[in-house]
Write a protein that binds this ligand. Structure first.
Ligand code: PMP
Length: 457
């Protein structure tokens, strides 16, 4: 029995994997994939296969794998002080430095950062802070949160509810009643094919207005959205969408949470996606790219407007009753400091912008004419290809045909390139580390062309 077989058996017998078909995996019908080492944009498994990771883990290893600057900082921090908490004004050099580095990079209206461990808990924090905010302001009914269908905001109780994907609700008794959903800004999937982009934006705005009307603005606290829809299909918004949505929210005194777990710290070629699209959030969620996933760390960046009310709340009620043991964990904070510094030093955000544009352009040149390619879209170092059965009538495949998963499997088996079959629809997504070179982008595109040919002809 090879080491891998041994591990596969242990894995099947003991390991409860997230986002996995549990029964198939336990029966050994899906393989155990053991990843051993990684460098740059490549990961290597136990069998010595070198795979080009064009999804940067789960779009999180932004700086690329094997960065000694970050691993050294982690080792040094672990040796010096592996842990101390951040309750009642405690901190460490790393956590205080990182908070300053985040605020130095954040939009001007931002005031403070609360640290968590992952994107889900950061969004849970955001919802609690917003409920607290409205209670302090004497608006006890203003509590509902609007999210978009196909949005992804985590898989906790409230955050799984915010996530607008059926799989995350079905059989879990979600969404909770405080969460309501509105139309996704997904032009390619619009119902009315005759709509122009600007007509479709007007339609999204009208949908939001009518939801607010139905529920009552006095009952709605906030709207949450990713600047570019991520897990829901990698969908950049149509021109003018964010400005129009922001205007509606302002009119009804509804806060705006920008979930920048994927877009924060450079994935669109700019520091934050909200700046990229010219809107101003009241709270920004950050995670993945904050440490490039070298250690788990997230944050809720709160604006002056929110912060002032939170301060007032503690003057009236005592210390804020919200805290995690590992908030601002020093090892994670040290990873964050080293990561943000490395991203600056190597100019990686500019690279994400320029090589990302090159990747998107090359993908379009190579595949736009294929009869089963319905849409190629992206922004910065994000790119997606969506497949259709028939382009003229925009007929989609049945889910059972599994075209997206088949294309992604062909990419892996033929050319050892990892792309993600997005969970809803026949879409393959690319979100490589920011250090991707143009040659590596060429390799990703050539592998995609070959995979599409294998699956669809
Ligand atoms: N928000 C967004 C936009 C995300 O993409 C994700 C994770 N993919 C989350 C929140 C949840 O983050 P986590 O998995 O770290 O809890």
């Amino acid at each position: 029995m090879s080491t891998n077989d041994f591990l596969a058996e242990w894995d099947r017998d003991n390991f409860f994997h997230p986002s996995t078909h549990l029964a198939q995996h336990a029966r050994g019908e899906t393989p155990t994939k053991v990843i051993k080492t990684a460098s740059g944009v490549y990961i290597e498994d136990r069998d010595g296969n070198r795979l080009l990771d064009a999804f940067a883990g789960l779009y999180c290893v932004n700086a690329g794998y094997g960065r000694k600057e970050i691993t050294d900082a982690i080792a040094q921090q672990a040796g010096e002080l592996a842990y101390y908490h951040s309750y009642v004004g405690h901190g460490t050099e790393a956590s205080i430095t990182l908070a300053k580095m985040i605020l130095d990079r954040a939009p001007a209206n931002m005031s403070k950062v609360y640290f968590g461990l992952g994107g889900s808990d950061a969004n849970e924090t955001n919802v609690k802070l917003i409920w607290y905010y409205n209670n302090i302001l004497g608006r006890p009914t203003k509590k509902k949160i609007i999210s978009r269908w196909r949005g992804y905001h985590g898989s906790g109780l409230v955050t799984g509810s915010l996530t607008g994907l059926e799989l995350f609700h079905k059989k879990f008794d979600l969404p909770v009643e405080q969460v309501i959903h509105t139309e996704a800004p997904y032009y390619f999937r619009r119902e009315n094919l005759d709509q122009s982009e600007s007509e479709f934006v007007a339609h999204c705005v009208a949908e939001l207005e009518s939801l607010i009307e139905r529920e009552g603005a006095d009952n709605i606290a906030a709207f949450i959205g990713e600047p570019v829809l991520g897990t829901g299909g990698i969908v950049p918004p149509p021109e003018g969408y964010w400005a129009a949505i922001q205007a509606v929210l302002k009119k009804h005194d509804i806060l705006l949470i920008a979930d920048e777990v994927v877009t924060g710290f450079g994935r669109l070629g700019t520091m934050f996606g909200s700046e990229h699209y010219g809107f101003e959030a009241d709270i920004i969620t950050i995670a993945k790219g904050l440490t490039s996933a070298y250690a788990p760390l997230s944050g809720s960046i709160v604006s002056d407007k929110v912060w002032k009310v939170l301060e007032q709340g503690t003057d009236e009620n005592g210390p804020i009753g919200h805290g995690w043991t590992y908030s601002a964990h020093p090892i994670c904070a040290a990873a964050g400091v080293a990561n943000l510094k490395l991203i600056d030093d190597l100019n990686l955000i500019a690279n994400a912008g320029s090589v990302g544009a090159y990747l998107n352009q090359s993908m379009k040149s190579a595949l736009a004419d294929h009869p089963q390619v319905g849409d190629i879209r992206g922004e910065g170092m994000l790119c997606a290809v969506e497949f259709v059965k028939d382009r003229d009538s925009r007929t989609f495949y049945d889910a059972a045909d599994k075209i997206g998963p088949q294309v992604s499997a062909a990419l892996l088996s033929q050319d050892k390139v990892i792309a993600r079959a997005m969970p809803q629809g026949d879409i393959i997504g690319f979100a490589p580390p920011f250090c991707l070179s143009e040659q590596e982008a060429d390799k990703v595109v050539a592998a995609t062309v070959r995979a599409v040919k294998t699956v669809l002809g």
